[in-house]
Design a protein around this ligand. Sequence first.
Ligand SMILES: [Zn+2]
Length: 372
Amino acid sequence: MKFSDIIGNQAAKDHLRRLIDNDTMPHALLIHGAAGTGKLALARAAAQYIHCTNRTNGEPCGVCPACKQHINFNHADTFFSFPIVKKKGYTVSDDYITEWKSFLLNNPIESFEHWLNELKAENSQPIIYVNESENILRKMSYASYSSKYKVLIMWLPEKMKEDCANKLLKLLEEPFSDSLFILVSENPKAILPTIFSRVQRLELKKLSTPEVAAYLQSRYGLDEQNALAVAAPADGNILIAEENITLDGENKEFFQYFTSLMRLAYSRDLKSLKKWAEEVHAFKREKARRFLQYAARMIRENFIYNIHVKELNYLNSPEEQFSTRFAPFINENNVEQMINEIEKADIDIQGNANGKIVLFDFAIRITILIKR
Ligand SMILES: [Zn+2]
């Protein structure tokens, strides 16, 4: 893992590089901050950079024996600790190392949901148990094998049980001179205060939409326009953007239903609108609500399109094609009311009102508003 593999957060990466180059890494560093930014990947890049014997232009070289071991997950002075589900023969992180490698390889941006899937533990709550602290104490007390520093990367210290944390305290207070802890947290407020007060902190910032889009382009081969369209509603969180790619089929369907709603509303075809309402109702509640969110986004995007602020627009190609003709109908006379109607329909559907009636009523209001 190189620093350049991690999107954005240049300042945090530069800070980490400086700490390592100047040999001033704190004994315990906590990386935290915005979700879906690749905090765990950054911790791994830091560990590889610490161990690389031929650092080049602020990056690990990628070819020295230490780098190769990092790439193959068998570096003798690097340890991982993470939440697990206890079962027979599986009591510490090391017992799950196969699952862990597969998790890291398949998920450049870590997610707890994906880890649950990897553990096949959807209904359990993985935890860092007290056995883990004993294991860590043992490993960290050995002399390092081939490097100046042993590095322990702990993912989600907020999932640590109190007895585990208590055993680690001494190690954090009086660390061995050759040991470094890098903790990676999604929720630092949930870390036990005794641990939290003993770490230095490094915060990652939320990514920008173009940064998320750049990631989608390089990982999924999307073109720039589609990548930006998927990235925009994700609000800087790569994990949400990735979900939106998987939902691509659903988005296509929503696009069809949105365009037909607007065409039918324009031509005041009430009979077809009634059928439209029945079909959207058949989506079932949560999907119908996702459709309404999609419709709200399209209304906003078309208003922006209409006032010619193209650089603020995030539409994929079919959406944009539709907008060239449709956008003039969304203007300052109706944009706010349309959004209000969508929100109202969403609240009614959420509150278990009769969806068919709510959606037909909503479609009629759009018929009135579209001619304003
Ligand atoms: Zn190297």
